[in-house]
Design a protein around this ligand. Sequence first.
Ligand SMILES: NC(=O)C1=CN([C@@H]2O[C@H](COP(=O)(O)OP(=O)(O)OC[C@H]3O[C@@H](n4cnc5c(N)ncnc54)[C@H](O)[C@@H]3O)[C@@H](O)[C@H]2O)C=CC1
Ligand SMILES: CC(=O)C(=O)O
Ligand SMILES: [Mg+2]
Length: 372
Amino acid sequence: MKIGCPREIKPQEFRVGMTPAAVTEAVARGHDVVVETGAGLGAGFTDEDYAAAGAGIAPDAASVFAAAEMIVKVKEPQAAERAMLRDGQVLFTYLHLAPDPEQTRDLLASGVTAIAYETVTDARGGLPLLAPMSEVAGRLAPQVGSWALQKANGGRGVLLGGVPGVRPANVVIIGGGVVGTAAARVAVGMGANVTVTDRSVARLSYLDDIFMGRLTTQYSSAAATADLIRTADMVIGAVLIPGAAAPKLVTRDQLSTMQPGAVLVDVAIDQGGCFETSRATTHQDPIYEVDGIVHYCVANMPGAVARTSTQALGNATLPFLLALADKGWRQAVQDDPHLRAGLSTHGGRLTSAPVGEALGLEAITPDRLLAQ
Ligand SMILES: NC(=O)C1=CN([C@@H]2O[C@H](COP(=O)(O)OP(=O)(O)OC[C@H]3O[C@@H](n4cnc5c(N)ncnc54)[C@H](O)[C@@H]3O)[C@@H](O)[C@H]2O)C=CC1
Ligand SMILES: CC(=O)C(=O)O
Ligand SMILES: [Mg+2]
């Protein structure tokens, strides 16, 4: 198969869809890989590294999109990229369609077969292609939140760990999955007073076990959230209902109950955000204020540590990428129900029920599509 890897064009996105190591494996199995010139530079991989791995180097994105039967990317295709997709082509990347009607419309209009990293599943109920980036974003969340808490950035001027004789900051993490657990690890390590909430008692029990008393767990309810945010210095939004738009768990009215200069870090922004006042920001301009509360809502947080993230993402995507290239998308998703869970559009049809529900569009299941 001809595999194409373009340079990411989302602002300040330095990751790349394939590492030279992934290229080597694909080429060894008889596939052709074409990489856009400069695609890996942000992650520390040069054109020479890709050429040595066996890739062809293309001068621009248009040549990559024209040549490739499968496009491998990181972020959801931007409008200029969507215009280059076509029927019969496979797109393998993050999509986050539920909060994004324009992208959904364009993917359907193009006829592309789009497989979303973030809804591919594993045998233990996890999301193996989301997890590595959630590990990164979770670790970054207290780091960027503590920067936003600094006075010069609009925050309340509170040091996360406090100092002897002065209390540490209160950090509330809503959602104790991969992001929430990684955020808790770093926030606890920085000396904050951490509370994690979740709707899964089993998950809270796991967190209680592994943190051995170094954080507090709380069942997530509207009342518990209202109570916790009043005294919070930082609230990290880390909930997920796979494929669906994030539930809004803090309303605008509630901001006035919070301490002025407190910080909201909405990691769930890529699924639309879990605070009513969240809107996606970029690494260039990451924070804004609403009613005295600082919001950090960068939808591609892992792009900030592009080398680590590219390697972690590449490790996770490689087996799926090889299956798609070796077998073709239809056989690959037929053979693997976990990869099938990522199938989002094909030939102008939406194959994700949560996206259909979020956007009011008709969707059929991947199983029905394959049976036709
Ligand atoms: N902004 C960014 O750059 C990035 C964003 N993300 C996003 O972060 C979010 C979280 O991802 P993961 O941790 O991997 O998901 P996950 O599935 O591991 O964890 C989500 C947790 O939220 C819990 N939950 C669901 N509804 C809840 C509620 N009402 N209250 C409290 N908890 C609730 C679930 O029980 C689960 O434990 C996703 O939207 C993901 O796309 C992930 C990586 C990068
Ligand atoms: C998961 C995601 O949206 C990201 O890594 O950018
Ligand atoms: Mg998006």
